[in-house]
Write a protein that binds this ligand. Structure first.
Ligand code: ATP
Ligand code: MG
Length: 684
């Protein structure tokens, strides 16, 4: 019997994919249409109808975080024991298990980064050995291995593809060959070898293949548009003659072709499995029609190979704000503006964990880390894969492990155990200390999550759960803003997304220039970024890197067609700078005024007209004093929006005061009396 919840909340097409009989299934669909939801439900459906046991399912994702999310979602559906892993993690596990039979002797160690051996190989053939050259060689070797090209085959392969190589193809091939020889002599494996050896073990050892295929019966791959030939070979080895495979993907989100990924396996799936159930989804359940329109516009001008599979999304959510565009003089100013907006959103009630800042390259993160620290907003870099590496988290895990069985309810007990590690009742001051505190709080939330699923779980069970998560590097959602590269954001979603650094040379990245396919991949990256936003989307760029530097940068070409003509960012660009007279500001909320109507009213169209301006002034004055006293920016006390709402609604007591967004219990405690006093004064 299927639990009714497994089919609830699915549209007809999703349902068709979820309930399709065992066998090949392919879901081809755009961003936010519920692909990941569909495969998770499909797994749960197959398990709950008794078609497979949870342990016989192998679900493959492309990041450890995505794998962790899938396990969490499955557990919420009442399914545990499904293997959800990355290709690499799955291969590593299998290889460890089969090693004695396939190779024998001690297991080869995993190579921690290629550069040292690549450097030795490069020196031998007198190739460039500076850091950048070595990274390029390593990247080429990875591409070659991912596309199943050996050193011997390399020169012909790149010639055929007209692939740009970092040095003469023969020289790259020589470095590649030298690297392989050194690595094998040292009895080491690199990441790609994990996959190669796993495939080979299954292909060449009938006994191994038989045992494996007896163990795993059903395979599921998310984000299948980004599979490499090497990963596909592993998948084929896993499958053997069987066809129990569900794949989901979106060719428009292919963002790893530079590393050898190819959407052709996805697009050719129905040809390979003619009896496959193929489902197309086009309803977007993630984003507002405004965000969906931006995504459709951007991808509508895509060209080239992948664009053939164009899918238009149809937004299903109620409308939200139009995307915001902003041009800044320099990067620190761009980051400061984003940080300020983020602080406001948080003060107005958006959880920090529902906000992301996404950029093209990881180096861009630092200026945002700085800007967020400046305004006291906690953040995590790249979805926080490093969560379990944080010192306070390690200390917490040691404490949990040491606690043993306890009498108290788990969540209370965990709080008590973490108190000596730094879990104070109230958040401490200082952004970094608060970030630590948030990590500890996140561990308590993990305990809450566990108890929700397993009410009887005790401390040892919780310790084991933490270990499992740490192994899989699946961090709990800390209450911090996410800073991530566009690549790392794949498959995830946030209420508010800031896409920053949108200038030529960064997006599209410099080295894509002159290569049409590479430019299209950059476009798809922006498409991935836009479609991460549920409600609010802010896009920004800066004309110079450093303050006072030459304002020579140009906004990304992908923004043309996205920015409406009447938007101020369009005018700024058209008039070549837009400095000069200060922009008129709203007399209610203080934002720059946009559009003739607002100018006339001297307030934003959606700002209240019946606000008590005198009271608002007094509130602002009070806020300035408090901010000065506490040495924090004013909006940390209350944002303009909150003050405006107070001046408009004139709450008379605590109960009506907390109803205003941006005023929680803590703020009520601290400022409630003063604010109610000011209102009472202005009444008299
Ligand atoms: P991406 O291409 O970005 O990976 P996706 O196709 O995998 O997106 P999901 O992450 O599965 O999309 O779903 C996007 C959002 O829409 C999620 O918040 C999900 O819970 C929600 N959603 C999916 N299907 C439905 C539905 N039928 N009704 C309501 N919400 C849905
Ligand atoms: Mg998905």
């Amino acid at each position: 019997m299927t639990a009714p919840t497994l089919e609830a909340g699915l549209d007809d097409e999703q349902l068709a994919a979820v309930t399709a009989p065992r066998g090949p299934v392919c879901v081809l669909a755009g961003a936010g249409t519920g692909k990941t939801r569909t495969i998770t439900r499909r797994i749960a459906h197959l398990v709950s109808t008794g078609h497979v046991a949870p342990g016989q399912v192998l679900a493959v994702t492309f990041t450890a975080r995505a794998a962790g999310e899938m396990r969490t979602r499955l557990r919420a559906l009442g399914v545990s024991g499904v293997q959800a892993r990355t290709f690499h993690a799955a291969a590593l596990r299998q290889l460890r298990y089969f090693w004695p039979r396939v190779v024998g002797g001690p297991q080869w160690q995993l190579l921690d980064g290629k550069l040292r051996l690549v450097g030795q190989a490069a020196a031998r053939v007198k190739a460039g050995t500076d850091a950048a050259a070595l990274r390029d060689f390593a990247g080429e070797i990875e591409w070659a291995k991912a596309t199943l090209v050996t050193p011997d085959e390399y020169p012909a392969a790149v010639a055929k593809l007209r692939r740009e190589t970092p040095a003469a193809a023969e020289q790259v091939a020589a470095v590649y060959a030298g690297y392989e020889a050194l690595k094998n002599r040292a009895e080491m494996l690199d990441f790609d070898d994990l996959l190669l050896h796993t495939a080979a073990a299954l292909e060449e050892h009938a006994g191994v293949a038989e045992e494996f295929r007896d163990r795993y019966r059903c395979f599921v791959v998310d984000e299948y548009q980004d599979v490499t030939p090497l990963q596909q070979r592993v998948l084929d080895a896993w499958l053997g003659e069987r066809d129990d495979l569900t794949v989901v993907g979106d060719a428009n989100q292919t963002i790893y072709t530079f590393a050898g990924a190819s959407p052709r396996y996805l697009l050719d799936f129905a040809r390979r499995f003619p009896e496959a159930v193929v489902v197309r989804l086009e309803r977007d359940y993630r984003s507002t029609p405004q965000v969906v329109a931006a995504a459709n516009t951007l991808i509508g001008s895509a060209r080239g190979r992948v664009a053939g599979s164009r899918l238009r999304l149809i937004g299903q959510l109620p409308p939200g704000p139009e995307p915001d565009f902003a041009e800044h003089d320099d990067e620190p100013a761009e980051a400061a503006a984003a940080a300020k907006q983020i602080a406001r959103l948080i003060a107005d009630g958006t959880p920090a964990s529902e906000i992301a800042v996404l950029f093209r390259i990881n180096a861009q993160s630092e200026v945002y880390e700085q800007a967020l620290t400046d305004v006291g907003v906690p953040y995590q870099v790249r979805g926080g894969e490093r969560f379990f590496n944080r010192p306070e988290v390690r200390r917490a895990m040691v404490a949990v492990r040491a606690a043993g069985e306890v009498d108290a309810p788990l969540v209370d007990a965990v709080r008590a155990v973490l108190a000596p590690v730094g879990l104070t009742p109230d958040p401490p001051a200082g952004a970094q200390q608060r970030a630590q505190w948030e990590s500890l709080l996140a561990i308590v939330e993990l305990a809450e999550e566990l108890v929700a699923v397993e009410p009887d779980a005790g401390m040892p069970r919780f310790a084991a759960e933490l270990e499992t998560r740490a192994d899989a590097a699946h961090p709990p959602t800390v209450q911090g803003v996410t800073l991530a590269s566009l690549h790392a954001a794949k498959g995830l979603e946030w209420d508010v997304v800031f896409l920053v650094g949108l200038v030529e040379g960064t997006l599209p990245i410099q080295h894509a220039e002159g290569d049409d396919e590479a430019i299209e991949e950059e476009r798809r990256l922006l498409y991935v970024g836009i479609t991460r936003a549920r409600r609010r989307l802010a896009m920004s760029w800066a004309l110079s890197r450093q303050p006072g530097g030459p304002r020579r940068r140009r906004r990304s070409r992908f923004l043309y067609g996205l920015i409406p003509d009447e938007h101020p960012a369009s005018r700024v660009a058209n008039s070549g700078g837009g400095r000069g007279a200060p922009k008129p500001r709203c007399r209610v909320c203080g934002s720059p005024l946009i559009g003739a109507d607002s100018m006339k009213l001297r307030r934003c169209a959606d700002c209240p007209s019946d606000v008590d301006l005198e009271l608002l002034d007094r509130l602002r004055g009070w806020r300035a004093d408090v901010a000065k006293e506490q040495q924090v920016p004013a909006y940390v006390i209350f944002t303009d929006a909150t003050l405006t709402a107070i001046a408009e609604q004139r709450p008379a007591d605590n109960a009506s005061l907390v109803r205003i967004p941006g005023i929680g219990a803590r703020k009520l405690d601290r400022y409630g009396e003063a604010v109610l006093g000011l209102i009472a004064e202005s009444d008299s």
